[in-house]
Design a protein around this ligand. Structure first.
Ligand SMILES: [Fe+2]
Ligand SMILES: [Fe+2]
Length: 307
């Protein structure tokens, strides 16, 4: 395969930005996953000489399936026991999560390529920025592999169910500005994943799916680090632009994120990722006194992640 030859034979001639674009232009999900892991290994081994600059496509290459449909048409994910839940619900859950991870692979390479030539207050992004997002891309590729293995164990391939395009729509809405991208992708969408994953882990445990539970526990720990990575670079960029991070985040979310910032929040995981409650609670869209409002009992944990 051409992409394997690029990485396998002449890694020294490939910049990181070009490698990122090669992943974005790879449509087959398994090939996208494997290429991501190989580039990440080559980057950490020092086999890719430079960061370089390259223009990413507005939309990454993707397979013909899954068919993309509106969020309301997604299959139900009842993962409890019983005729309406059980295996069908867990297949739907793992399929939806695999789709999130495939998008997350592309999002990590997109942030590397899209902002590779940018200057911020006259400064290029430091090498640590690239190290961090290559690590995120590698993690997301590993998560995709874990989820598709789990799906295969339940006799399903990725692509067998429909999926929706919400994550890439967020990428397109923030393609013009790294600060907007960081405000929305890691600090809204991945942070939302932290809110809902413990509930999924509990449900999988209750359903007796010990492999699935262990897998989501691994993913959950990694995702805390991803949100922390987003926050670190959001703060870095705010400092370059002389912005207050909390005020800047609120303004960017109001402008570029169509959905709601909804409680209940996983305050402990968010804090571990560098997001104190002061950062997001004032932005939460919940009417005072509603279930789930701060201080009001009866908060219902949302049952899935923001795919
Ligand atoms: Fe992930
Ligand atoms: Fe992530």
């Amino acid at each position: 395969m051409k992409k394997d030859r690029i990485i396998g034979v002449s890694p020294l001639f490939l910049s990181l930005a070009e490698a990122a674009v090669a992943v974005l232009r790879t449509g087959d999900p398994g090939a996208k996953m494997r290429l991501s892991r190989r580039i990440a290994a080559a980057w950490s081994a020092g086999e890719i000489a430079e960061i370089g600059a390259a223009e990413p496509p507005m939309r990454p290459a993707r397979p013909k399936v899954p068919e993309l449909r509106p969020p309301r048409e997604m299959p139900r994910r009842n993962i409890g026991r019983g005729p309406k839940g059980g295996v069908a619900g867990r297949r739907a859950l793992y399929h939806a999560l695999a789709h999130i991870e495939l998008n997350a692979i592309d999002l990590a390479w997109d942030i590397i390529a899209r902002f590779s030539g940018a200057r911020f207050a006259g400064e290029a992004l430091p090498r640590g920025f690239y190290d961090d997002w290559v690590k995120v891309a590698d993690d997301e590729a590993r998560h995709f592999a874990l989820l598709t293995e789990r799906l295969a164990a339940l006799d399903m391939d990725y692509g067998a169910l429909p999926a929706h395009d919400g994550l890439w729509e967020a990428a397109e809405a923030t393609a013009h500005d790294l600060l907007a991208r960081l405000a929305v992708v890691p600090l809204v969408l991945e942070a939302r994943g932290l809110d809902v994953t413990p509930g999924l882990i509990e449900k999988l445990a209750a359903a007796g799916d010990t492999e699935g539970r262990a897998m989501l526990e691994v993913i959950y720990k990694d995702e805390i680090v991803h949100v922390a990575t987003g926050k670190r670079w959001f703060d870095w960029l705010c400092a370059r632009r002389g912005l207050n991070p909390e005020a800047a985040w609120r303004e960017l979310v109001a402008r570029h994120f169509k959905g709601a910032i909804k409680p209940p929040f996983n305050a402990e995981a968010r804090l571990a990722a560098g997001l104190p409650s002061s950062f997001y609670e004032a932005t939460a869209t919940v009417s005072p006194g509603a279930p789930g409002a701060p201080g009001v009992p009866g908060a219902k944990r949302t049952s899935d992640r923001p795919d």
